[in-house]
Design a protein around this ligand. Structure first.
Ligand SMILES: [Zn+2]
Ligand SMILES: [Zn+2]
Length: 459
């Protein structure tokens, strides 16, 4: 049995590992490289023959894990994509959106290429490719045995990272020898809104584990309260609250938090969610209430839809979006992208950033070079949609909302195993961070491997 690494090895994005056993080729995720990880056109290359892949086991819907499935399909993959039901549904929304983005970005480049008389480029994949690739998806429940073929069965366990996210247990008969691999996917935090905590896994011979925050712990503190205090203060001053927010996962968490305070009568203003993707994703969440955590289920049983409340509205089109600006009273606007580098959020930032009564609250990581990072860095002026604007609004950063387990979380998950696995293979983390986690693990007596793209391990 051979495990080969391609993406997400020594970096965070592009998760893709290949397991070869008894003539069966399984991809563990097929993610897109993002930001600097993908700058050399890595997304256009597969170091394997897509036609020869039998299965993709998909840990969750995030694009850095699922984003190249339509491209795999376009390049000839005809196997099965195996995922949880919720992941399958989220992919339907996310991959189509990704197809649209690929087409738009490509067209943008081609406009200049045509002017210069250069040859036009082809998008990585189109909306149609994304739609067609969905025919290869098979959705399953958590905690059920899924027999892939005679010698391989798998089980999805809750990873607590995003709706539908899974830790995968692979039970393999390798020429008569029973072996178990555990693929952590992205591990979540405990006590997240809506979704369950990461499941404890009790055993495994080989563990492929993420390491994103392997060298630090998240700040302790009640970020719900922090968020609500800022909102109340801003509304009291008759200002608006702008929350740049990733449409899938994070937006629903914010809605869940707001729901509690609206139901208690503590927040009375209008809440706009200005992102068509967030609207669709919220519907997927509602379709999958049975995988919610106990707290969210309790609300449902009491008749309270935790993702819906009085004064909440989702915009349907650009016209609706423009109308938000003419809303007279103070309001909360949740819009994407989370880093303010694209999408409708730019208009809301443009319209609100110069008024000191308003607040901009960041709830996710801001990459270097993005508008979000510039605002967070307290630049006095920023350029938005071609206009120079002064940053007078109050700017906040609530980083307790990370979707990933921190060092403590990762260690407590792996320490949950009864007896040390033979090997822990660290993926999905910057090399520097991974190095530190590896040292911590080695000090605890674990055998750690830190693969890079192209590395192969015999298991
Ligand atoms: Zn993720
Ligand atoms: Zn990830």
């Amino acid at each position: 049995m051979l495990l080969e690494f391609y993406g997400g090895a020594g970096c965070v994005t592009g998760s893709c590992h290949i397991l070869k056993v008894n003539n069966t080729n399984i991809l563990l995720d097929c993610g897109m490289f993002q930001g600097k990880d993908g700058h050399k056109g890595e997304n256009f290359n597969f170091p394997f023959e897509p036609r020869k892949i039998d299965y993709v086991i998909l840990s969750h819907g995030h694009i850095d894990h699922s984003g190249r499935i339509p491209y795999l399909y376009k390049m000839g993959f005809e196997g099965k994509v195996v995922a949880t039901n919720a992941t399958k549904e989220l992919c339907e929304v996310m991959l189509k959106d990704s197809g649209n983005i690929q087409e738009m970005e490509c067209e943008h480049k081609n406009k200049y290429r045509r002017e210069k008389g250069e040859e036009e480029l082809e998008p990585l994949y189109t909306l149609k490719d994304a739609e067609n690739s969905m025919k290869l998806f098979y959705g399953y429940d958590y905690n059920k045995e899924i027999q892939l073929n005679k010698s391989i069965k798998i089980k999805f366990r809750d990873a607590g990272h995003l709706l539908g996210s899974a830790i995968t247990e692979l039970f393999i008969n390798d020429n008569g020898e029973e072996k178990k691999i555990v693929y952590s996917g992205d591990l979540g935090n405990k006590s997240r809104p809506i979704i369950k905590d990461p499941s404890t896994v009790y055993n495994g011979d080989y563990v492929i584990m993420e390491s994103t925050y392997g060298d630090e712990n998240h700040k302790e503190g009640n970020y719900f309260v922090e968020l609500i205090e800022i909102i109340k203060e801003t509304i009291n001053k008759k200002g608006n609250v702008i929350i740049p927010c990733f449409s899938i996962g994070r937006t629903q968490e914010i809605l869940y938090i707001l729901n509690g305070y609206v139901e208690k009568g503590e927040i009375k203003c209008k809440v706009f969610v200005d992102s068509p993707l967030a609207k669709e994703a919220t519907e997927v969440f509602k379709n999958n209430e049975f995988v919610f955590d106990e707290e969210a289920k309790k609300l449902l049983n009491l008749g309270d839809d935790p993702l819906d409340f009085k004064n909440l509205s989702f915009t349907k089109n650009v016209e609706d979006s423009k109308c938000i600006n003419s809303h007279k009273d103070s309001c909360i606007i949740i819009s994407s992208s989370g880093m303010c580098d694209a999408g409708r959020i730019k208009y809301h930032i443009l319209n609100n950033i110069e008024d000191e009564k308003n607040s901009i609250i960041f709830v996710g990581y801001q990459c270097n070079g993005t508008l979000g990072r510039k605002i967070l860095n307290k630049d006095k002026e920023v350029k938005i949609l071609g206009k120079i604007k002064s940053v007078n609004a109050k700017v906040y950063n609530i980083n307790g909302l990370s979707g990933h387990a921190d060092k403590k979380g990762i260690l407590s998950w792996i320490d949950g195993f009864e007896g040390n696995p033979k090997k822990i293979i660290l993926v999905h983390g910057e090399d520097k961070v991974r190095e530190k986690l590896a040292q911590t693990l080695e000090n605890k007596g674990y055998n750690v491997i830190k693969p890079f793209p192209g590395d192969k391990i015999t298991l």
